[in-house]
Unconditional design. Structure first.
Length: 204
């Protein structure tokens, strides 16, 4: 039995955070404190339900773990199959990436307003326990790949909106042109983390 209490604690703290600080006015505070909450969540690998941690024999999956009723934030698990690679894309809202298992490579891009060209920014390799932030203010264009070609990696992301339902952009690097997309989610059902009668049962 996964440690649902840990996930519930995170969701309660995130709900307080986005309710207490108007994210459109104080994005930096949400990112800072949200990053600390996410770091605490991914510091332990005992809470992600198994159904939300698999299924990507190739490519990647985005499982919705929770969406705030007011769509102020959503939480997803990204399952990266061996060698999985995203297109270059943006988010249009703030996002926090927490590495739970394995590792991923986060290649940032910046749009040069003068030329309209995408320019490569920093590359960071995230390993288990690491947290990275992005936002339209900080820069929110990147390409992500699994750092491993022989195993699955998993990262847990928090976004400042219902990320699977937002219109955002994929970029063609050769031409720096953007195409609108809506990612949706890979899962049709979400984990039941609210059955407290089962808390404390051992995994398996
Ligand atoms: Fe992304």
């Amino acid at each position: 039995m996964p440690n649902h209490a840990r996930l519930r604690r995170f969701l309660a703290d995130m709900t307080s955070l986005v309710g207490g600080a108007r994210q459109d006015q104080d994005e930096a505070a949400v990112i800072e404190v949200g990053g600390q909450l996410l770091a605490a969540l991914v510091a332990h690998d005992d809470w992600l339900p198994e159904a939300m941690a698999g299924g990507a024999s190739e490519g990647y999956l985005q499982h919705l773990l929770y969406c705030d009723p007011h769509e102020r934030f959503s939480l997803v698990s990204f399952v990266w199959g061996p060698g999985a690679l995203t297109p270059v894309h943006d988010h249009t809202v703030w996002g926090l990436i927490g590495m739970l298992r394995g590792a991923e490579v986060d290649q940032r891009y910046e749009l040069d307003p003068a030329s309209g060209q995408l320019c490569p920014g920093p590359t960071t390799t995230l390993t288990a326990g690491d947290v990275a932030a992005l936002s339209p203010t900080l820069g929110d264009i990147h390409q992500v790949r699994n750092a491993f070609t022989d195993r699955t990696s998993i990262s847990v992301h928090v976004y400042g909106g219902n990320i699977g339902s937002l219109a955002r952009h994929r970029f063609d690097l050769a031409t720096s042109t953007a195409r609108t997309f809506i990612s949706g989610y890979s899962n049709a059902t979400m984990p039941n983390i609210w059955d407290r009668s089962r808390d404390g049962e051992s995994a398996g």
